[in-house]
Design a protein around this ligand. Structure first.
Ligand code: AMP
Ligand code: GLY
Length: 417
């Protein structure tokens, strides 16, 4: 099978790594990719947001399957353009991707499907904003309706800050605060059948102890030793399947990866958000644990034949990933700094620990930073403590001037709390 992956972050590196290990895949391309993905896939330049360009590339390559990684191309209709060219696509249509592209749309689908989520108001005027903030009280949860790369949400005790964020958005969702730990659970779906993946936990805040601003994600681990073993079944029944059924009922079936971001509250599981694609950095740890070869699962989802797939098989191993980010991330990051130590990780730590590239590019024989999140250092082990130790050992070999990473990824879970 010839597979083309669209995107160029650590999620796409993780996807390409898994696909490159799949005996069914005899040619693997990534567009535009990054300096690390070049080790496992052939890179092609493309504007990932240009559906016609992606469709032309897929046709020229003779791709049997196109996997669209990030949300922006999905929301822009890149999947539709490739499907129109007659090539199977893993990833939803633009209409179905509104589940991620518009928080108001997601709330509407959840209400219709009876999926548990935070109570919310959609506001477009300062009067509506004030009434909603007043109705819920602190802590305030204020979400830009549109795509914001994980940075459109403000959770704060400070009424003035909540109001300022809300007034800076055209349309804003203000909702009740959900307490309790967060879990990310993905379902692969063809619009009818849903295959759940293993749950993971993501660390969204920039600094240790969950301090600092929200980011795209600073690390993740899987499995979750503290979670109820019935969690996956429960989320399948109360969230993933009803959402997929509701979108099909509306005539906008969702195929691809349905990402449920959940809060495990004292009153039960609640959806915090949906995404329409593999989560980053959770994908890095979930795929590290997946035994089933990936390509046929993704192709069956693309072709509407997912019911032919047996349940996915998982390693007993645990996995941890730690994100190394540029100086100043999540504000405008500094880029162009050389990255050292990658060779040492490859020589000393692989295959138990390895580096997935996010924002990197090659300049001559140097690999330099090219984005906010630069690398996602991933490791496996017989338990979280071992995986964590290996991940941080590999992190310590990497030198990137001004870079930052959290030191507490999976620390609590590994300690048995
Ligand atoms: P989102 O982009 O919707 O995932 O929000 C980013 C982060 O904000 C989430 O991972 C949570 O940590 C936090 N958050 C979002 N909604 C809520 C909520 N209703 N209650 C508490 N925290 C929230
Ligand atoms: N890990 C959060 C996200 O992918 O949106």
């Amino acid at each position: 099978m010839k597979v083309l992956v669209i995107g160029g972050g650590a999620r796409e590196h993780a996807l390409c790594r898994s696909l490159s290990l799949d005996p069914d895949v005899n040619a693997l391309y990534c567009a535009p990719g990054n300096a690390g993905i070049a080790d496992v896939a052939t890179l092609r330049p493309v504007d990932a947001l240009d559906g016609d360009a992606v469709a032309r590339l897929a046709t020229d390559l003779g791709a049997d399957l196109v996997v669209v990684g990030p949300e922006a191309p999905l929301v822009a209709g890149v999947g539709d353009a490739v499907r129109a060219a007659g090539i199977p696509v893993f990833g939803p249509s633009a209409e179905a991707a509104q589940l991620e592209g518009s928080k108001a749309f997601a709330k509407d689908v959840m209400a219709a499907a009876g999926v548990p989520t935070a109570r919310s108001y959609v506001c477009t005027t300062p009067e509506e904003v004030d009434a909603a903030l007043d109705a819920f009280g602190a802590p305030y949860v204020v979400k830009d309706d549109g795509l914001a790369a994980g940075k459109g949400v403000v959770v704060t005790e400070d009424l003035a800050a909540a109001r300022a964020h809300a007034l800076g958005c055209d349309r804003v969702v203000i909702e009740e605060f959900l307490d309790g730990p967060e879990v990310s659970l993905f379902g692969i779906t063809d619009g009818v059948t849903v295959l759940p993946l293993q749950p993971a936990q993501d660390f969204k805040r920039a600094l240790d102890g969950d301090e600092g601003p929200n980011t795209g994600g600073m690390g993740a681990y899987s499995p979750l030793p503290w979670a109820d073993p019935k969690l996956v079944d429960e989320v399948m029944a109360s969230v993933l399947q009803p959402t997929v059924d509701e979108l099909r009922r509306r005539g906008t079936p969702f195929s691809g990866l349905l990402y449920a971001g959940l809060a495990i509250t004292s009153r039960g599981v609640r959806v915090i958000e949906f995404n329409a694609r593999f989560g980053d950095p959770e994908t890095q740890v979930v795929l590290a644990r997946l035994c089933t070869p990936l390509a046929s699962v993704l192709l069956n989802a693309a072709n509407g034949t997912l019911h032919t797939e047996p349940p996915l098989k998982w390693r007993e191993d645990a996995a941890v990933t730690v994100v190394i980010a540029s100086h100043n991330y999540p504000d405008t990051p500094r880029t162009g700094d050389p990255i050292e130590g990658l060779v040492e990780v490859a020589a000393e730590d692989e295959p138990e620990a390895y580096v997935l590239h996010a924002g990197t590019r090659r300049e001559g024989d140097q690999i330099v930073s090219a984005g906010g999140r630069v690398l996602s250092v991933t490791a496996t082990g017989s338990d979280l403590a071992q995986a964590r130790g290996r991940a941080y050992k590999a992190v310590s070999r990497i030198r990137l001037d001004g870079s930052q990473h959290r030191t507490d990824i999976a620390a609590k879970a590994a300690g048995g709390h």
